[in-house]
Design a protein around this ligand. Sequence first.
Ligand code: NAD
Length: 291
Amino acid sequence: MVLLDGKKTANDIKDEITISVNEMIDLGEKVPHLAAVLVGSDGASLTYVGSKVRACERVGFNSTLIELPETTSEEKLLKVIQDLNGNNDIDGFIVQLPLPKHIDEQKVLNAVNPAKDVDGFHPENFGRMALEMESFIPATPYGILQLLERYQVITKGKHTVVIGRSHIVGRPMSILMSQKGPAGNSTVTLTHSHTKNLSEITKQADIIIVALGVPEFLKASMVKDGVVIVDVGISRVPDDTKPRGYTIKGDVAFDEVSKKSSFITPVPGGVGPMTIAMLLKNTLIARKRNT
Ligand code: NAD
């Protein structure tokens, strides 16, 4: 079994980005600038945004964190987005999800200038991605592709089963795995909460990408020997033995499934760090396009 080490690979990618930033500095060019908008004070969102800001510092990017109260109106948030769209110093920005219930998430994502949409959530970028045109690939799927490619996992002609059809992970992943090119050319089955006999499908899979948010959902009895496993899930499970009071679990029962796997991502240290690295990569791309 080979561990798909997202932490190490993400660090490699950050080192590559740092080299590009240093080249920009040597040429007297502006360094990339990422902004993040956080509405409210959800614990997990605060952690994610904090990691993104620290990652910017690590590679030499400028970063701006805009923190808005939970009670922020949709109108006010749309105004903040318009300002970021028009600010030439900001190369890319993200709106941390989820948003409070009184705000229409899709309306907000639609307001982001597609050229600054480094999360790749705007319909224009999603459509361009599906058509294999130049776009921003959403950071988590992009990170998974990079992990598979850098570990030389063969995807061509393989049967990939994706569990979960969210707009940010499952659905784009199902599209990308079937596309031409590296970490593509796979035959894809997209499964979701209405899929019948899921185990019968996962047992036929050469590669399983699991993104549903149910701790340790995928068991050894559901997979065949030699399977490649990508675990996207991040759930906080109460744990009194930990100082924080919780432990992080993936969607895969790692101990039993890893025994049957050829490659597997750990949680934490797999897809999570890759997501942040690819957000930085998208910001670097945005900066280069913004010249
Ligand atoms: P989501 O929560 O929006 O949707 C869950 C999906 O799972 C739905 O499409 C649903 O149809 C499917 N599903 C639910 N129960 C199912 C079942 N029994 N069988 C088959 N499918 C079922 O999904 P999301 O936003 O992609 O998040 C999924 C998990 O991934 C969460 O734990 C989230 O925290 C995590 N996540 C991690 C990263 C990362 O960087 N590692 C990024 C995004 C999301």
